[in-house]
Write a new protein. Structure first.
Length: 150
């Protein structure tokens, strides 16, 4: 059975598994940034330059946490099925799998690789041969349940 012949329940299960993986990575990124922020805020003293660097680091980690929090709702909203058989998910930010040579798990919607998601038509498929599907999947993350359109 090819990917195109998957029954809808099996396809939905596969999508849910990928979305669960994305939310696990998001939670891991948030925990790492929170830990780094906490470590930075515990530091004290030092030269004026060290204090300035600490302040810049704290702002950087706080900004990253805010970005990750903002991406919680609607993390993933699309999928590209390319002629080559590759499948790419499109979302609010990019997430890479550090354990798998930084393979992209989620493409940032602003990335050039996401371009076909916005430009592909029947007349000019932009390397996306089949007609795309759009469906809603309930996604459970440890903190909440969200809806993600894919």
């Amino acid at each position: 059975m090819t990917e195109d012949e998957l029954d809808p329940a099996e396809d939905m299960h596969r999508e849910q598994d990928h979305l669960t993986l994305l939310y696990r990575h998001l939670d891991s990124l948030r925990e790492r940034a929170s830990g780094r922020l906490a470590t930075t805020l515990r530091e004290s003293g030092g030269t004026p330059q060290a204090r300035t660097e600490r302040e810049v680091s704290a702002v950087m980690f706080a900004t990253r946490i805010a970005q990750l929090d903002a991406a919680e709702n609607g993390l993933c909203f699309g999928r590209l099925d390319l002629d080559s058989g590759e499948r790419h998910y499109i979302g609010r930010l990019g997430i890479r799998d550090e354990a798998d040579d930084y393979e992209p798990l989620l493409l940032d919607w602003r990335a050039p690789a996401s371009r076909p998601f916005y430009l592909a038509t029947a007349a000019n498929p932009e390397g996306c041969g089949g007609a795309g599907t759009s469906r809603a999947a309930a996604v459970r993350s440890p903190a909440s349940t969200t809806r993600c359109w894919i």
